[in-house]
Design a protein around this ligand. Structure first.
Ligand code: ADP
Ligand code: 3PG
Ligand code: MG
Length: 428
């Protein structure tokens, strides 16, 4: 108990509702559990083993990691990778992440064989100042997404201090993002701070017209925020798998494209809320959906694929990118935007036949005269792949988290770091 007294530096508890920062923590010689978002895109390597497709999110966490190491902390990093559903899925091991992290830091990086347990605890206790232990994929534990207090307690027991730098997953109330923050002296890392400050600031009074572009694959997660964007933005453009519920609601055939019934119901309500495209109504955005598509028979670099002149997807085919007419229409809107906010690729852009729409939108966004903000792990990876990552004003590591922040929601991962926090003693 006593050993933990005084972890908060002077003044930290006067910060009121603001998020505590790592400046408020005394970390020297202490084990610090750092939640990072290393949920990076993977590809299949030459030997069939998973390989990193993009390291943007690892690089983004380095500032906090190196600063804590320089201050003599012993780091225990924890992240999810994909959605293994509470089971150990070998393809979603953190091994490729550990390998990349060792290349990016001088620290000794050890990959733990599990998330928690006796062996992991022993590894944590054997750490020296500046060492890094990366836990296995925290979503191998079912208690992560259910925010199980028992898992939060096991995570807390590994360390003396908790730092959350995982902005990309701050919209989830999970054991490693929310539960554990209540059990240890805790603070937000540099990336989390920068993301929250920048996004809140730049989107406070966006220069009109505000163009929001929403694509990607996490349709059920993200369709909810579109309603809010219809009030905030002037134009909302839909791409990626997100367009199929809208096309289906308009009566088009979607073939084998990703399209769930409840998303269609949601899309129908959103279409009714949008402004008439031909005679815009104030306070309501125009909602643009694709008018042509690229279709394919599967998600692969050597998939059969062709441009579909309209949006009636034949049986046996999937819509996997927006088509050239849609690209032109979207580019026109983007090029006259005062502010652009973009999350989610326009198609399955990690596969060459379905990358053109995302590339074209990325080029238009980087040409836009106004402020440009792009968010999302896969969106960032696409920009990096096109060498355009430095051409936007702000590249956020958050996808869903960024959308929720902009729509005005409180992020549980951030909220847990506000207020007085846990005092020195943590009841052990
Ligand atoms: P971000 O990481 O930028 O927030 P998401 O994770 O929501 O974006 O979506 C990225 C994923 O969506 C990619 O893996 C991509 O292949 C997939 N995707 C995009 N468009 C389609 C589509 N039409 N059909 C199937 N998957 C798609
Ligand atoms: C993301 O990639 O948006 C974050 O890592 C969150 O992942 P999740 O949508 O699986 O919670
Ligand atoms: Mg993603």
């Amino acid at each position: 108990m006593g050993a933990l007294a005084g972890i908060y530096r002077d003044g930290a508890r006067q910060m009121g509702a603001a998020m505590r920062s790592i400046d408020d923590l005394d970390v020297h010689g202490r084990r610090v559990l750092v939640r990072v978002d290393f949920n990076v895109p993977l590809t299949s390597g030459a030997d069939g083993r998973p390989e990193l497709a993009d390291d943007t999110r690892i690089v983004a966490a380095l500032q906090t990691i190196e600063e804590l190491r320089a201050r003599g902390a012993r780091l225990i990093l924890v992240s999810h990778l994909g959605r293994p559903g509470g089971e150990r899925v070998p393809e979603l091991s953190m091994a490729p992440v550990a390998a990349r992290l060792s290349e990016l830091t001088d620290a000794k990086v050890t990959l733990a064989p599990a998330v928690v347990g006796e062996e992991v605890k022993a590894l944590a206790e054997a750490l020296h100042d500046g060492d890094v232990l990366l836990l296995e994929n925290v979503r191998f534990e079912a208690g992560e997404t259910s925010n199980d207090p028992a898992l939060a307690r096991e995570l807390a027991d590994l360390a003396e201090v908790y730092v959350n730098d995982a902005f990309g997953v701050a919209h989830r109330a999970h054991a490693s993002t929310e539960g554990v923050a209540h059990l240890l002296p805790s603070a937000g890392g540099r990336l989390l701070e920068r993301e929250v400050r920048t996004l809140t600031g730049i989107l406070d009074h966006p220069a009109p017209p505000l163009v929001a572009i929403v694509g990607g694959g996490k349709v059920a997660d993200k369709i909810g925020v579109i309603g809010r964007f219809l009030q905030l933005a002037d134009v909302v453009m839909i791409g990626g798998a997100m367009c199929f519920p809208f096309l289906c609601a308009q009566g088009h055939k979607v073939g084998e494209s990703i399209c769930e019934d409840e998303d269609v119901a949601h899309a129908r309500a959103l279409l009714a809320k949008a402004s008439d495209t031909h005679s815009p109504q104030p306070g309501r955005a125009r909602l643009l959906v694709p008018s042509d598509l690229v279709i394919g028979d599967r998600l692969a670099d050597d998939a059969q694929h062709r441009v579909l002149a309209g949006v009636e997807v034949p049986a046996g085919w999937m819509g996997l990118d927006i088509g050239p007419k849609t690209v032109e229409r979207y580019q026109r809107e983007i090029r006259r935007a005062g502010t652009v906010f973009w999350n989610g690729p326009m198609g399955a852009s990690e596969y060459e036949p379905f990358a053109a729409g995302t590339r074209a939108v990325a080029e238009a966004v980087t040409d836009a005269p106004g402020l440009t903000v792009v968010g999302g792990g896969d969106s960032a990876a696409a920009l990096a792949h096109f060498n355009l990552e430095h051409e936007v004003d702000f590249l956020s590591t958050g996808g869903g988290a960024t959308l929720e922040l902009i729509e005005g929601a409180s992020l549980p991962g951030v909220a847990a770091l506000e207020g007085a926090g846990v005092a020195g003693a943590v009841g052990r």
